[in-house]
Design a protein around this ligand. Structure first.
Ligand code: SF4
Length: 275
C-alpha cells in the first residue's frame, strides 16, 4: 500500500461539498459554457437559470438525463460552505447584493486554496513521502489560517506564490514512490484519447495533466499512479482498481465513468451516475 490511513485521510474526507450549507456559489460565481456540459453559456457572477431562489438546482434529479456533465463533474472541495457559513456568516450574494462581487472573488480564492490543501493533505498520507511532512505541515496550517481570515485578507493573499511553494513538494512525490512502482520499466503511452487499455497495469505511471478523455480503462490497475490535473472526462474505469491512485480528485471521478466494482480511494465517493 502506498498510502497509510490515518488522521490525514479523515481530514481529506472532510473536504467535501455540502450544498445545503452553500449559496449556490459554483452555479453563480463561475463562468461556464454549454460546450463543457453546462446548461448555458454563462458569464461569471450571473446565477444559472436553473438555480432556485433557495440555492437548489431545479433540475438536480435530471442532470444525468440532460447530459450536464460539467455540473455533475464539478467539486468545490467544500469551499462553498466555508465561504457562505464561516467567512460571511450566512450573508449571501442574494441577501447582500452589495457584497456579491467580493463574495465571488473570495469563493474563487478559497476554492483554489482548498484544492491545494487537498493535495498537500494527501502527500501527508503517502508513506514513501513521509520525509516531506515537516515541510508540508506549515503550508497546510498557513492555508487553514488564510481560509478562516477576513475577506480582505483572503483577497490580499498571493495564491500563486503559495501554489509554487506547494508544487515543489507535489513534484517530489513521484520520485519518492518505490522503484517497482516508478516509471522505470513502463512506458507511458503518448496518446490516450478514446483508446482501449482494458486489463492493463498502469501502476507507478505519472499521468499528470494527461488527456485521458473517453479512454477505456476497464479492469486496469493504478497502484501509485499519479493523476494530478489529468482530464478524465468520460474515461471508463469500470472494474478498475484506483484505490491506491495518487492525487485523484472527486471531480475527476465524477467526470469519469465507472461502476460499483471500481475500487476507489477510501476518501472518495461513488458518483450517483455509477451503477
Ligand atoms: S444546472 Fe443546476 S447544477 Fe448545473 S449550474 Fe445550473 S443550477 Fe448549478
Amino acid at each position: 500500500m502506498i498510502k497509510i490511513h490515518d488522521e490525514n485521510t479523515i481530514t481529506l474526507q472532510s473536504l467535501k461539498p455540502d450544498c445545503s450549507q452553500c449559496s449556490g456559489l459554483c452555479c453563480t460565481a463561475l463562468f461556464f459554457s454549454e460546450m463543457d456540459g453546462f446548461p448555458e453559456n454563462k458569464q461569471a457572477g450571473k446565477p444559472c437559470f436553473n438555480l432556485h431562489k433557495n440555492f437548489r438546482c431545479k433540475i438536480h434529479g435530471e442532470l444525468e438525463k440532460r447530459k450536464m456533465k460539467g455540473c455533475i463533474g464539478y467539486d468545490c472541495f467544500g469551499a462553498g460552505q466555508q465561504v457562505t457559513q464561516t467567512i460571511y456568516s450566512g450573508q449571501t450574494w442574494q441577501n447582500t447584493p452589495g457584497l456579491a462581487k467580493e463574495i465571488y472573488d473570495v469563493y474563487i480564492a478559497v476554492f483554489q486554496l482548498y484544492q491545494i490543501r487537498y493535495f498537500l493533505l494527501e502527500v501527508m498520507s503517502i508513506n514513501p513521502a513521509k520525509m516531506l511532512r515537516n515541510n508540508i505541515k506549515p503550508l497546510i496550517e498557513e492555508n487553514e489560517i488564510i481560509c478562516n481570515s477576513k475577506p480582505q485578507d483572503i483577497l490580499k493573499f498571493h495564491i500563486e506564490n503559495y501554489r509554487k511553494k506547494a508544487n515543489v513538494f507535489l513534484r517530489q512525490v513521484c520520485s519518492l514512490l518505490p522503484k517497482n512502482l516508478c516509471c522505470l520499466n513502463k512506458k507511458c503511452p503518448s496518446d490516450f484519447l478514446g483508446r482501449n487499455f482494458k486489463n492493463k497495469d498502469f501502476s507507478g505511471l505519472d499521468l499528470s495533466t494527461k488527456l485521458l478523455i473517453a479512454a477505456d480503462f476497464n479492469n486496469c490497475v493504478f497502484n501509485g499512479t499519479i493523476f494530478l490535473g489529468a482530464d478524465t472526462r468520460d474515461a471508463d474505469f469500470s472494474n478498475a482498481d484506483l484505490s491506491d491512485a495518487v492525487f485523484i480528485t472527486q471531480g475527476q471521478i465524477n467526470s469519469a465513468k465507472g461502476n460499483r466494482n471500481t475500487k476507489l480511494p477510501q476518501y472518495l465517493d461513488y458518483p450517483f451516475t455509477w451503477r
